[in-house]
Design a binder for this molecule. Structure first.
Ligand code: SF4
Length: 218
């Protein structure tokens, strides 16, 4: 998919954006080579998501909370599940909901382990969710939030033009890499220490350092 206004031939999961933004090789290992490895970071994230997704939908006055909402975007060629979407009652604009009279403004909340990051990895995924909601519900979604497990706080995210452009660009790159079926070379760095695919991606690194340690008796 070269640009965001074309339908993709193959739909990819929303999580692919974050994998790609973290490391293009990680994305290719997971989505092209179909490799997956669990580590304590992914396990922690799954527990957090299971807790959120097991909750029931609820309505309180001017707020309706829905969980595990299936999303699809023809424009981005992405599908996935939103952890939580809040619908705030509004006058005039907004969308309609079955069995809930009035108009409602959607507000996606994505749950993440760890802390807020300087990079846009998490915000790009949230933005894609917001854009999918816009396409499905015919409304503008100008804001969302990311709830971080540490320090258990929400970060409000403006779904602005720059973030949308970045999301469309990254989505195009992700589809292009997937279509090419290419596995980028590793670019080892600090991020590798937290990567669930480190042992698959860099199998020689540990053995090489062990070899050197043995050789020089360190
Ligand atoms: S180990 Fe490093 S280079 Fe390899 S996939 Fe993970 S982050 Fe990318």
């Amino acid at each position: 998919m070269g640009n965001g206004d074309q339908c993709a031939e193959e739909y990819l999961p929303l999580s692919a954006l974050q994998h790609y933004a973290y490391c293009p090789r990680q994305f290719a290992l997971i989505h092209v080579d179909r490799q997956w490895a669990e580590n304590c970071f992914t396990a922690e994230g799954q527990v957090l998501h299971q807790r959120v997704n097991s909750g029931e939908a609820e309505t309180r006055c001017d707020l309706h909370v829905a969980r595990s909402i299936r999303l699809v975007s023809d424009r981005l060629g992405l599908y996935g599940v939103a952890d939580m979407v809040e619908f705030h009652r509004v006058e005039g604009a907004g969308c309609q909901l079955p069995d809930h009279p009035g108009r409602w403004q959607p507000y996606a909340v994505e749950y993440k382990r760890g802390r807020s990051k300087a990079d846009d990895w998490d915000r790009i995924q949230l933005c894609a969710q917001a854009m999918a909601l816009e396409e499905m519900l015919g409304v503008t979604v100008p804001q969302g939030a990311i709830f971080y497990g540490k320090p258990r706080r929400r970060e409000q995210v403006a779904i602005g033009e720059t973030l949308r452009e970045t999301t469309i660009r990254v989505t195009g790159e992700v589809h292009a890499l997937y279509a090419a079926g290419h596995l980028p070379l590793p670019e080892p760095g600090p991020k590798c220490d937290h990567c669930s695919l480190r042992r698959i991606c860099l199998p020689d690194r540990k053995s090489a350092s062990e070899y050197l340690r043995r050789m020089f008796d360190l």
